[in-house]
Design a protein around this ligand. Structure first.
Ligand code: COA
Length: 307
């Protein structure tokens, strides 16, 4: 057991980033879904909490204490947020369940104050994810199974619908894309306007498709270590089956080829048969492992007891 009275739980600050980064670099008890260099930016934007050695109260505040464990959000579009990072120092690693149990309620409280009502976690391998069981013990439940698809060539079966215009994303597209998002995705996968602007900062390829009625789709990608990540594709339901998805896919495949990627990878929900048809038509094949998402409904923080 972790002795709660010897720890201080508080929101992560910029001054804590170096310690959090050290945990990521030196411990095996880590899970993170962001580039470590992104940590200062994430701490700036989204809630994160740390467990610091040293008792609460004036002395602990003066002494500071050293970071033993932390949990950090990496995506937040209220009412949903995602745990993007969790880490425990190597020496405390075996107590990771205890730290998770301490940090998550504190994180939930911060998120509640920012209008988040559901917290999610995504793991890359349902069969061997070390955090799945402890999260389920804390009330998380399976929300979605994911499929992984790869493509190892740059052939395309079609160039798709040529009557639409595909152009780079502009910041003023963010609001219209939010409207599209509500038609295309369940709320846990949706982006708000800030998340779209974040995506434009993070992903070097971000295009929008337009027809004569306005925005009809979007798509963004990144290449890392010569692997092409097809991060997101969506088209407006009014145009489903009209080759807009195929156009965005074809352009993405050409982009990855130009960038010198040696394969293209993507994830999608197990139940999204419409997307499976598009991907399989474009020569993507199923791979292992199976990713998954867990969800936890947050509850309002308890009111402080009156003296
Ligand atoms: C998945 C999605 C992007 C597909 O976009 P779309 O614009 O409907 O795609 P297209 O019309 O270009 O292509 C799909 C069509 O390809 C066609 N197609 C598939 N295989 C084909 C083949 N072998 N030969 C000819 N046509 C084929 C089909 O007509 C298919 O339409 P269907 O699903 O009605 O059968 C879109 O439905 C969507 O945005 N869904 C919600 C968001 C989402 O799930 N995104 C993906 C997960 S991140």
């Amino acid at each position: 057991m972790v002795a709660r009275e010897t720890l201080t739980l508080r929101e992560l600050r910029q001054a804590d980033v170096a310690q959090a980064r050290r945990i990521l670099d030196t411990s095996e008890y880590v899970h993170y879904r962001f580039a470590p260099d992104e940590l200062p930016h994430l701490v700036e934007l989204y809630p994160g909490v740390g467990a610091f050695s040293g008792a609460p109260g004036p002395l602990g505040r003066v002494m500071g204490g050293s970071l033993q464990a932390f949990a950090q959000v990496n995506e937040m579009s209220p009412p949903c947020a995602w745990i993007g990072g969790f880490g425990v120092t190597w020496s405390q690693g075996e107590r990771y369940r205890d730290y998770l149990g301490l940090l998550l309620p504190a994180l939930g409280e911060k998120l509640w104050a920012r209008q988040v009502r559901n917290l999610y976690y995504s793991g890359a391998d349902y069969d061997s994810d070390w955090l799945r069981a402890p999260l389920e013990e804390l009330g998380f439940a399976l929300t979605s199974m994911l499929r992984s698809y790869d493509k190892s060539d740059f052939s395309v079966p079609t160039e798709g619908n040529q009557s639409i215009v595909v152009r780079p994303f502009r910041p003023s597209d963010a609001e219209p894309l939010v409207a599209l998002e509500t038609l295309c995705f369940d709320d846990l996968w949706r982006h708000d306007a800030r998340a779209f602007r974040e995506a434009a900062r993070l992903y070097p390829y971000f295009v929008v498709a337009e027809d004569d009625q306005g925005i009809v789709g979007y798509q963004f990608n990144i290449v890392d270590m010569k692997i092409g990540y097809l991060v997101r594709i969506a088209t407006h339901p009014r145009a489903w089956g009209a080759g807009v998805g195929a156009r965005l896919m074809a352009e993405a495949v050409h982009y990855f080829e130009r960038q010198g990627a040696w394969k293209i990878v993507l994830n999608t929900e197990e139940k999204n048969t419409r997307a499976h048809r598009l991907y399989e038509w474009f020569g993507f094949y199923l791979t292992r492992p199976r990713g998954f998402a867990l969800g936890l409904p947050l509850t309002p923080p308890l009111a402080p007891a009156r003296a």
